[in-house]
Each structure stands twice: as C-alpha cells, then as structure tokens.
Design a binder for this molecule. Structure first.
Ligand code: SAM
Length: 641
C-alpha cells in the first residue's frame, strides 16, 4: 500500500498477489434486479407463486353433438386405430409466471417442446382494431389494464425489466421441459443478443443447438429509410439435456440440382477425379436437409383468410416446421405467450398434446375460437383430435392479492375499492350494507371472496329505500347469474335503481394510482324454445337481448358506441355458446356454439336444434356470450321438457 498524495485513505496497490476484482470477473450479463441489495442472486420461489387453477370451460365439440345425435359410433369408428389418450389440452388465462409455477406440480419434466414468441418491441402495445357486426366498421380495443400491467412490468425499466421478466420465465420453463425436450425462443434484432446470453445462463452453452434465421421474404418495405429493410427474426433453440433432445431433421426440395465433384480413394487419401472421361462431377437433386436459414412467408394484414386480428400472428407453416422437428406424435407441446393460438392449432393438427397460456383476454378468446373451428374441421374430415379445457387463475389471483397486499382485512379491501371508484366512505352509515356515497347514490362493496346474490341485492335495495335513497352502485367481483334482470324487478318493486358494477381486476396492480374504468355489467337475455315433434324433448335457445359492457372501449369512442350498443347490441357479440345441462360449480361445457369469423360475419341468434334431453324434467341451460372485446357474460334458463 502507498499513501495517497492528497492525504486521503491509502491507495490500494493492485498486483498479481492482490488482483483488482474487475480483473477476475467472468463473462456475465447483469441487469438491474438480478442481484439484491446484499449482492445475492434473486432466486425464484415457485412454491410461493403456485396457485390452484380453476377449470372454467370444457370444449369437446362437435363430439358432444355427435354424442347427442347418436353419431358417436360413426365418429369413433373413423378414428379407430389412432386412438387418442384421455389427455385434455389446456388453454390458460393468466400471467405466465404464475401459470408456469402452478403447472410445475403436475408437469415438471413432462413438456417435450416449448415455443415462445414473447413481445419484443418496446413500442408495441396491445391496442387493436376489432370488427363489429357485419365487419364494415371496426372499433379500437384498448389494452385491458391487465395487459397494461404486464406491459409495464415487462418494459417499465426498459431492457432491465424485460430481461428480468424473461429470466424468471425461462428458469421455470426449463423445469417443465422433459429430458428429450427443447425450447425455441423467438426474438428479433431488439433483444436477440441479450436473450442469447440469458439462455446460455439458464440452459448452459453446451445445450445451445441452433440460431435459426427466419427470413420473411414477402414483407413490404419502406424504401425511404436509410438502412436495409429488416426482414428476419431469430429463433434460439436449446436442449434440456445435451444430445438427448428429439430432432426430426426437416427436408425440403432443392431449387436446382447441385453439381458435386466425384472423389476416389488413392492410397487411403481422398482425391477428386479429374480426367478426360467426363465423369468427374455428379448432380445431387434429392431433397436437402433444411439448414438454419428458413425462407418462409409472413402473414400480411390483407390475408384475411388466415389472419385473426393479431399483428404478431405467426404463419402455421413456420410453426409446423418447429413442431415436427422438435416433437413426435403424442408429445406435449407448450406455448406460454400464445397470442392467437398458432402453436396449439398446429400441435392439434399434428397429433401433439398442447398447453397454451396468455394474459390477454382477447388472446384467449381468439385461441379458443380458433381451436373450436379446427376441431370442427377435423371432425368433418374424420380426423382425430382432443378435447380442451379453458382454465384461469382469476379467483386465486384475488386471494393472493388479499393475503399479500391487503393482509386479509375486509375493511381495507372496501376502502381500496371505494377509493378507486372515487366514492366517499360512509362513516356512521344508517345500515351496515351502505358503505359509501357517490354523486347522490349509495355504494355497496361485496366481500372479496363473495358472490353478489339475489338475496343480497334485495337486502341492499331495502336498506337504500329505508335510508331514503333512490340509486345504489353494487360493486362486486362476481354476480349471480341473471342478476341484472332480477334487479330490474327490484327497481320496479322498491323504487331503487341498482347499478351492477364488476370490480375491475386491474385494481390489484402493484403501485396502481389511477382508477381503471368501472362499467356496468353487460345484460344478456335468452329464452329456451322447445322444438321438433312433440315428446322428443328437443330444445333450442334464442338470444333476445344483449347490451355489452364497453369496458375496453377508449373514452373517445364511448359515446358513439353506447348508442349503437343500445340500438343493435347483437352486433357486439362475437361468439356464443350453450351448455344444455349446466350444473352449478362445474365448468361450462360447450354443447353448441356459433361465432363470427373474419371471413364470415354472420351470426345465428337461435341455436340449431341439436340438443335432445334423454329424460323428462326440468333442466338448467347456461348461455355464454363473448363480445368483440373478448369479455364474456352468462345467464341461465330453466327448461321443462
Ligand atoms: C408476440 S405475441 C404472440 C403471437 C403468437 N405467436 C401468434 O402466433 O399469434 C405475444 C403474446 O404474449 C402475451 N403476453 C405478454 N406478456 C405475457 C405474460 N406475462 N404472460 C402471458 N402472456 C403474455 C401477449 O398477450 C401476446 O398475446
């Protein structure tokens, strides 16, 4: 050590015996959030993140219809010899960090191929145009706040938060991969250099397999820019276990035969034949093994036969190459950023099992519709396919929020809800059911794990009437079916207008300050129609009224749309389905459905006469409508046959 000439602490003399720490650093990608304040690596705790999943729908169509019409034998015969297993594919709505952690218990080491296409453009968001009615008009769908939250989590601190988000997910995905599994991570020039380092860290460099360049040669370019048009993405492939991964080498036709020199062995040495005999070269024309540059077209917005309203939708032929290459029939394929559901659609067609997740409601709705349509097509072609279920983490997300942030206190929950709703809490209220006031109306906040029922609605309306009020906002996480119709009757009886407002999930966002929109719930009315010859117990369902909630319409368009929503609410229906034998607390079973596609904008408002009850009696029918924004509303009907 030498003394500092300026008289401060003695300067350190670095030397081979006392090396400077920087001289000893190994290559490592560091981002903000990777280490904690004590310099320790922040590890993920899957057990703390895992939560039970809720199965909300089962889709088995048109098998169900075949069953109802006694066609099942025919259908079963058509798939005989290629018997499917009982596995039910899964479409999961929720943040994939929680989804991945929750899948570990059942699927650790069981997924054979993962393809992910995470968002990688900081400027991109979830806003999109969705067609309404006959499709002549479109309306801008705002990003839901949940999507906004994910977006901020991903890009809030630019590359740092993106890398941390990816690091956590990749670590969990590795746990899910099977020994023969591999992962394909789709990125572009924005982040591919960083993600390659991340993957090296999580999967190790020796498991790196390929850096595939997808050259989408048909993209239209802006020639005014002072750079070469960007026309490729990069797909990074890593195996879970070195050399153990499934690899079915893809082949393709050669553009033209390749000229190759002939060789011969002379004294153990290879020499090419040169000579006057004219046989020195051969022509190779058989299929070639595909290399790591893939020339595959991309989807253009004008290509309405294939596009589903997702600007990032990938072509099926591109995914087909990945799925065929990295898996075999019956293998389990997953995509945790599934968007429009391309991976699941391809996996289904190729006889693979699949799991997909996305946090966008619109993405889940688009994927569900796409997979139902595919099931129908495969059914018509007498090809086998599997049933699938739709799951979510919604209810559990709320319980987690309650435990983690609200520390279990119901009063705190009420306070937070009223604050976001911009209502005044009511101290010394005339009834324990009156929690707040907003612009002359009372407010009632239902319990965090509650379902707002008819009995509660009646009790609240009576309390409001007794306190001399005429209007009440009922804020709840969940409402009993048909409650809106029931409240209209209460209004007539007690003279109290009841506004049913679903509490937006978005208020659970960490550090959220600005209130998300609180909009009245959609109104759906339908009636059963007993059709067909007497005594046959065949029932159809007729939609009679729909008023969408418009929760995801940007403010500037809201007024114009409100008017249209009242005038022609059916224009806002994108999809509807019927469960003819609905049971409380059971997933919704898709017995029948109809939907608009980008090509065919028509929609039936009466279901086909597909359902015949085996036994006479009273049955409960549940009708579910999904609007063009991907939000769903249900109602139940009783039918006596
Ligand atoms: C580029 S798109 C995928 C497109 C898809 N490959 C296709 O062919 O349609 C990315 C998707 O990731 C979803 N996403 C973003 N962050 C997510 C998260 N944390 N959890 C689940 N999904 C997420 C978005 O909602 C979006 O649908």
């Amino acid at each position: 050590m030498s003394s500092n000439p300026e008289g401060g602490a003695p300067a350190v003399r670095w030397s081979p015996a006392n090396p400077h720490p920087l001289s000893q650093l190994k290559t490592e990608l560091v981002w903000e959030g990777k280490y904690d304040e004590y310099g320790r690596r922040r590890e993920i705790d899957p057990a703390a993140l895992a939560m039970p999943m809720q199965r909300i729908e089962t889709v088995d169509e048109p098998r169900q219809r075949a069953e109802a019409q006694g066609e099942l034998d025919l259908f079963e015969k058509s798939v005989a010899g290629r018997k499917r297993d009982a596995f039910r594919n899964r479409l999961i709505w929720g943040d994939n960090k929680l989804v991945l952690a929750s899948l570990l218990k059942e699927f650790k080491g069981r997924i054979d191929l993962i393809y992910i296409d995470p968002p990688f453009d900081v400027g991109a968001d979830f806003t999109m145009d969705v067609p309404i009615g006959d499709g002549k008009e479109t309306v801008e769908k705002d990003q839901s706040i949940l999507e906004h939250v994910a977006y901020t989590d991903t890009w809030g601190k630019n590359t740092d938060s993106y890398l941390h988000m990816m690091y956590e997910r990749l670590t969990l995905m590795k746990e899910l991969l099977s020994e023969k599994g591999s992962i394909f991570v789709h990125v572009d020039w924005h982040v591919c250099h960083f993600v390659r380092c991340l993957l090296d860290q999580v999967f190790f460099p020796e498991n790196f397999l390929n850096e595939i360049v997808w050259y989408y040669y048909n993209k239209l370019h802006d020639s005014r820019k002072k750079l070469l048009p960007r026309a490729h993405d990069v797909i990074l492939r890593y195996s879970k276990v070195q050399g153990a991964h499934t690899h079915n080498a893809p082949k393709e036709k050669r553009d033209e035969p390749v000229k190759k020199l002939k060789y011969k062995k002379v004294d153990g040495q290879i020499q090419n034949i040169i000579g006057p005999d004219g046989k020195a070269v051969t022509y190779i024309s058989e299929d070639r093994t595909v290399d790591d540059v893939w020339r595959i077209r991309c989807l253009q917005p004008a290509n309405i036969e294939e596009t589903l309203g997702f600007s990032t939708q990938k072509p099926e032929d591109f995914l087909e190459r990945i799925v065929r290459m990295g898996s075999n029939e019956g293998d389990l394929v997953a995509d945790f950023f599934c968007g429009s559901g391309t991976t699941g659609a391809v996996a289904e067609r190729l006889g693979r099992r699949w799991i997909m997740a996305d946090l966008g409601r619109f993405a889940i709705h688009t994927s569900r519709k796409r997979l139902i349509e595919l099931q129908r097509k495969l059914h018509e072609e007498k090809q086998p396919y599997r049933a699938f279920d739709v799951h979510n983490l919604g209810r559990y997300e709320r319980q987690w929020w309650q435990k983690d942030r609200l520390k279990g206190a119901e009063e705190e929950h009420r306070r937070v809800v009223l604050e976001f709703f911009k209502a005044e809490p009511l101290a010394g209220a005339p009834s324990p059911l009156l929690h707040g006031r907003k612009a002359g109306a009372f407010c009632y906040v239902d319990a965090i794990d509650g379902l707002f029922t008819r009995q509660e609605a009646r009790a609240v309306a009576s309390a409001v009437a007794q306190a001399g009020g005429r209007e009440v906002y009922c804020l709840a996480w969940e409402f009993e079916m048909e409650l809106r119709q029931h409240c209209l009757a209460l209004e007539a009886e007690l003279g109290v207008r009841m506004k049913l407002i679903p509490i937006p999930r978005e208020i659970m966002e960490k550090n959220r300050k600005s209130p998300p929109p609180f909009l009245e719930m959609a109104l759906l009315e339908a009636e059963p129609v007993v059709s067909g010859p007497k005594g046959q117990r065949t029932v159809e369902v007729k939609l009679t009224k729909f008023l969408p909630s418009l929760a995801e319409v940007p403010g500037k368009e809201l007024e114009a749309l409100k008017e249209r929503a009242v005038r022609s609410g059916f224009d806002f229906i994108d999809f509807w389905a019927v469960d003819f034998d609905w049971q409380p607390n059971q997933p919704f079973h898709h017995d029948w459905q109809d939907y608009r596609t980008r090509k065919d904008r028509s929609l039936k408002t009466v279901s086909d006469a597909v359902h015949t009850y085996a036994k006479p009696g009273t049955h409960t029918i549940c009708v579910k409508v999904v609007d063009v924004f991907g939000c769903d509303t249900s109602t139940t009907l009783e039918v006596r046959v």
